[in-house]
Design a binder for this molecule. Sequence first.
Ligand code: PMP
Length: 353
Amino acid sequence: MKDLIRPAYNAGGYVFATKAADIARSAGYERPARLASNENPYPPPPEVLEPAGAALQNANRYPDECSMNLRAALKEKFGNFSYVSGVGMDGVIETVIRTTIGKGDKVVVSTPTFSFYRLAARAYGGEVIDVPRNDDFSVDIGRLSDEAADSGAKLIFLCSPNNPTGNVIPKNDVEKILKSIDGMLFLDNAYVDFCDEDYIPLMNKYDNLIIGRTMSKYYALAGMRVGFGIVPGWFEEYYERAQTPFVLNTVSMAAAAAALRNDSYTARYLSIVREWRERFINESPYPTSGGGANFVMFDVSPYKGDEVVEMLARRGVIVRSCASFPGLGDHYIRVSIGEPWENEIFLKELNSL
Ligand code: PMP
């Protein structure tokens, strides 16, 4: 029977964090430092949780399929654009792919980067073209534009700040790509709240740009699974046709709308990220990459990433090995900025490996 299963889906990465957590538990750490998943370590405040709790009263009814309240909150926050939503940005990525890609269509990915683009594109029959980043993990704009144009790619994925390398793509470079391609550009801005670049103004100029955003990181709602896309007006209708019916639940939508309207709680987290990101970089005995997101990538050579994950887990610190990111060597780890006590232990243990 297993022959019936399509091999394309294997997200993999999340299993690493679970394995490290098991090692930490066996070593006696009931409450290890959790720095593997780029989450906001602080739960959202009552202004966010109460509307979500109240929404449970409507659990007997299907959710609002048009997400009116969430859409209104997005417009208030980011401007009068067209919006689509999904179960996490993962859900948005998958639906955008389902909307645009058919068998054999080319999808360009700027590698190394977030792995889900390639997994989802392949699952829908897309052919992935990897365009390697430069040695410092910046994007080779000329090469990416050329490969996208030459291959006739329908969809190009760019991640800024990039997971796992942390590089921020200058807005001008994004614009160069937008001008030179025939396909759509999906600009993944999962971590944009942690850097100084703002790409939203580009939505006023280009009708082949989708900006992907998530409530999982900065807004502390990873467990609610809400992502959204800022899309060109013409695209919205096609996305909605490809979307699973009633995909976002009532509670998650209420939490997301309330978070967007009451976002002052994120200020403390943002200042912790900015402070500790510098300290991670300055106090690391290993070369680092990044600086634009809520995590830092470390080149832990001569160790392997997987080894360091195990070593740190035995000392009560859970981080992510980057070995599963295609196009990256096996000697990197990615570490999220957590609460100060977590960051403190991580730096201490990293310095005494
Ligand atoms: N894009 C990037 C770059 C990410 O790192 C993540 C989460 N790890 C996502 C998208 C998906 O986020 P979510 O589905 O939680 O919204």
